[in-house]
Write a protein that binds this ligand. Structure first.
Ligand code: AMP
Ligand code: MG
Length: 327
């Protein structure tokens, strides 16, 4: 069985093809990286519209298949930026009609989790999902992926990107901050905002920018941002593991590429006799293969949708998905 997946929730348009063993036959993508300011939804959607057809052709060629060998067409139906989601959805509908194959609408956050489970072999993890727009601690309970904690304001990636852009480091900020942080080592005090199982980052952003304005060294600030923000995430993840009595933690989302975050979570897991898992970087960032794989699981579970049900949902919550493919 072969499924193609189209990802278009934010700055990335991705097209992936997987088989029933979760072998990734293709995972092509193109991301818009604005020179100035944040992602403009319409500009990103225009970028996606321009790239999606060439990416579909490239993915099919890379996979070494004929397009009519595909069994299902999956796309990210939400959450995300409206114009971006609608562009991906339009491409998916057109493709499904053209090759007469069923359509599957995939929740983007659930897809990060499913590709991680399939690729790392963990069974029932707590997922720390850390990306540009999203930051959630998720685990499976009674038929759904439940959100046990999340950001109350901006995503962790957004914190890193906004800080980096404001101090002139460029975009995306996460990898640049990771590099600079390794040159710093003095911990500057920043707001540590954990509220129950939730976290907040905008106060930390304001404080870090103010410290930069008043002359704090950039490397030390990058180091401190990572240490403080990642400690907050590790704390709530550990609490979820303790309360749910789960022995596995899975990282997902673009920020999961960060070595310091990985090492903090690995240490926490090790100390409690648990295990940490993280898929390779190309499957952590937004990508089409994770949509294809989740689409394949859903298609096998009879969750195809008709065209009339394929409208996107910008605020589609992780815990709104009926996870019927897990018994
Ligand atoms: P996503 O939204 O899942 O595609 O992930 C994109 C986010 O991941 C952006 O905010 C990037 O800055 C962030 N990111 C990518 N690589 C790293 C890294 N090595 N360390 C921290 N953040 C990263
Ligand atoms: Mg994502």
């Amino acid at each position: 069985m072969l499924c193609i997946g189209i990802e278009s929730t934010a700055h990335t348009i991705g097209v992936g093809i997987v088989d029933e063993k979760c072998r990734v036959l293709a995972n092509e993508y193109s991301a818009i990286s604005p020179a100035k300011g944040g992602i403009h939804p319409r500009e990103a959607a225009n970028h996606h519209a321009e790239k999606v057809v060439p990416l579909i052709h490239a993915a099919v060629e890379k996979a070494g298949i004929r397009i009519d060998e595909l069994d299902a067409v999956a796309f990210s139906i939400g959450p995300g930026l409206g114009p971006c989601l609608r562009t991906g959805a339009t491409a998916a509908r057109a493709l499904a009609i053209a090759i007469s194959k069923p359509l599957v609408g995939v929740n983007h956050c659930v897809a990060h989790l499913e590709i991680g489970r399939a690729k790392t072999g963990c069974k029932n993890p707590v997922l720390l999902y850390v990306s540009g727009g999203n930051t959630q601690v998720i685990a499976f309970a009674e038929g759904r992926y439940r959100v046990f904690g999340e950001t109350l304001d901006i995503g962790i990636g957004n914190l890193l990107d906004k800080f980096a852009r404001a101090v002139g480091l460029g975009f995306p900020g996460g990898p640049i901050i990771e590099r600079l942080a390794s040159e710093g080592g003095r911990l500057v005090s920043l707001p540590y905002s954990v509220k129950g199982m939730d976290v907040a980052f905008s106060g930390m952003l304001t404080a870090a920018l103010e410290l930069h304005r008043t002359g704090a060294g950039l490397a030390d600030l990058c180091y401190s941002l990572q240490e403080t923000a990642f400690a907050m995430l590790t704390e709530v993840t550990e609490r979820a593991m303790a309360h749910l009595d789960l022995g596995e933690v899975l990282l997902g989302g673009g920020v999961a590429c960060n070595r310091r975050l990985q090492s903090m979570v690995r240490m926490m897991a090790h100390d409690r006799g648990a295990k940490m898992f993280v898929p390779e970087g190309s499957l952590c960032v937004d990508n089409g293969a994770m949509i294809a794989w989740t689409g394949l699981l859903m298609h096998r579970s009879g969750l195809d949708i008709g065209l009339e049900e394929s409208g996107v949902n910008q605020r589609y919550r992780t815990d709104q998905v009926d996870v019927t493919w897990i018994q």
